[in-house]
Design a protein around this ligand. Structure first.
Ligand code: PMT
Length: 313
């Protein structure tokens, strides 16, 4: 067990992280987005995290450990938050599923378009609706400053960006929300003990010692953005331990709710665990288009409304 306290572990993680590239640029976009949405109309702002973080094994990274997440949950939730009137900071793993693109085929360029002649390009009729949604809805959300997309790859980038966003949202108070659907690495190789060059493969099995990534939920709740409404996720592959783990996380990190999901059924149902009891949320199985996020975001938005009202009274 580590002898360091939680705060020290967090500071030591950040001090030893490689500096975030384009930090000024990210900050400028972020502050502009928050200013635009919080002044005047006072729109609610949610930070949706999505996709898995990587843990590099070499500083000039060739190999890495990855965390599973297609990004579907984060992308679908983002669309629903925008629909519900929120501005969304979408903190996502590069290359994972994007809002408004869930209905596109795997290789949209090659599968959606055709050339009736050399100077014209057309969309196959079967993909028109999907392409329209991907292009028009996403462009509208970005143009109206309702969607800001910020990519990450490594655990270092993810946690530094999460801290930037949380700190930038601090003044938005109860009208801000964190919806932490990203699959975040629990173990990593500290940057200063990581080899610079590609690990050689000629000398037999590889022994690596992984350090524990400090849990950032506590510090997010207590220090970075204490007034924000905060939803975390719990993923398990063993349904028997899921609710117990989620309930423990709720108590330990003092988040407002934990969305518990099991890997194999995650697209059918989730359980929202909170101090007011556990609610099972399912997709409407009689409607083929229905996804669990339609009902999940409705519930989360309702809970957020109550939280805002209670904070003002
Ligand atoms: O992307 P899809 O394929 O659609 O799948 C969606 C999903 C299953 C990935 C998603 O619904 C989900 O459950 N995401 C969280 C998965 C996870 O990795 O849980 P965890 O037990 O590692 O983390 C629990 C919570 O702690 C998370 O909210 C995470 O943001 C937070 N955490 C984790 C590690 C860490 N060092 N600090 C943290 O704050």
């Amino acid at each position: 067990m580590s002898s360091m306290g939680e705060d020290e572990e967090v500071s030591s993680f950040f001090e030893s992280s490689p500096p975030l590239k384009k930090m000024e640029d990210i900050l400028q976009k972020l502050n502009g987005f928050i200013e635009h949405n919080s002044s005047g109309g006072g729109r609610r702002i949610v930070c949706v995290t999505s996709g898995g973080t990587t843990v590099p094994l070499e500083q000039r990274c060739v190999r890495y450990i990855d965390n599973f997440s297609s990004g579907n949950r984060g992308a679908a939730s983002t669309e629903n938050f925008v629909k519900a009137g929120y501005a969304v900071v979408f903190l996502y793993r590069s290359g994972t599923c994007q809002p408004y693109c869930r209905s596109l085929p795997d290789d949209p360029f090659l599968e959606c378009f055709h050339f009736p002649d050399n100077s014209n390009i057309q969309v196959h009729s079967s993909h028109v609706e999907a392409v329209k949604m991907a292009v028009m809805d996403q462009q509208a959300a970005v143009a109206e400053a309702r969607l800001l997309k910020l990519p990450f790859t490594t655990i270092y980038e993810y946690l530094q960006m999460l801290r930037l966003i949380a700190t930038a949202l601090k003044d938005v108070g109860p009208c801000s929300m964190f919806y932490l659907a990203a699959a975040v690495s629990d173990f990593y190789v500290p940057w200063n003990s990581m080899t610079e060059h590609k690990i050689e493969s000629g000398s037999g099995p590889l022994d690596i010692r992984l350090a524990q990534v400090p849990k950032m939920l506590s510090i997010l709740r207590t220090t970075w953005a204490p007034k924000a409404f905060c939803i975390s996720f719990k993923l398990e592959t063993d349904a028997k331990i899921l609710i117990d783990k989620a309930t423990k996380a709720l108590g330990k990190y003092k988040v407002h709710a934990v969305v518990a999901n099991e890997l194999s059924t995650r697209k059918e149902e989730v359980v929202v665990v909170s101090s007011s009891g556990n609610v099972v949320v399912r997709r409407d199985s009689d409607k083929p288009e229905s996804i669990v996020e339609d009902n999940l975001i409705r519930l989360i938005v309702d809970r957020h409304s109550t939280y805002i009202k209670e904070s003002h009274s």
